[in-house]
Design a protein around this ligand. Sequence first.
Ligand code: ADP
Ligand code: MG
Length: 227
Amino acid sequence: MCLTGASKLYDKGSSAREALRSVNLEIHKGELIAIAGPRGSGKSALMKMLGLLEAPTSGGYHFLGVPEQSLSEEQRLWFRRRFFGFVPQAFNMLQTTSLQGNVALPLIYRGLSAECCQTAAMRALSVVGLEDCGHRMPAELDSTQQGKAAIARALVCNPSVLLVDAARQASEKPLCPEIETLLRKLNTEHELTVVVVTQSDSAARWAGRVIQVNGGAVEHDTSGLLH
Ligand code: ADP
Ligand code: MG
């Protein structure tokens, strides 16, 4: 994944906002990365760009060597579904559906058989340590379990890259240690590239690389310190 001079301008008439300013970033397969920064610094905009949810307004983004500008809408969707798992800022669970049903949803949308969806959902739940909770409703879970369930739902389609924008709105809280451990496990044992929005103080503890953003620009990147 490679951003070159990538900027993102949200143009709302008179109040245009530059969420990202000329970002250069190379992310390699198998990295475990934390993106940190104050509210409004462009963390979510960066994640959306990496995950092909939004295109840069200037500059470029290559994913697997493919320039994103060259993709049709259909191809973009295919890449997104094939390679990325998203954990959104709000977990967006359907409250009237069991955990297993929630985790199976991305596969149901793809038209797979019910049996196949349920089996894959149980497998994903067991990867995150919730194998005994498939029948429970989202409201019955504590916040750590909800985070794990959202990760299971992102894993169910077997992505190569997991993008976690799990910092809640009020303050970009540190991840709880259990989720940190899970993300590390997914990164090492399941060979997933993992990119997580989180708080910098705690991130240094568990992430292989911390990218600090501020005002839409990369202010600090620990990968430079490794070379
Ligand atoms: P963070 O995730 O670090 O809190 P964001 O990436 O969500 O920051 O936002 C970066 C900047 O872009 C903020 O100033 C925000 O107000 C603005 N922004 C984000 N999304 C939109 C949007 N859809 N329309 C207009 N402005 C936006
Ligand atoms: Mg955000």
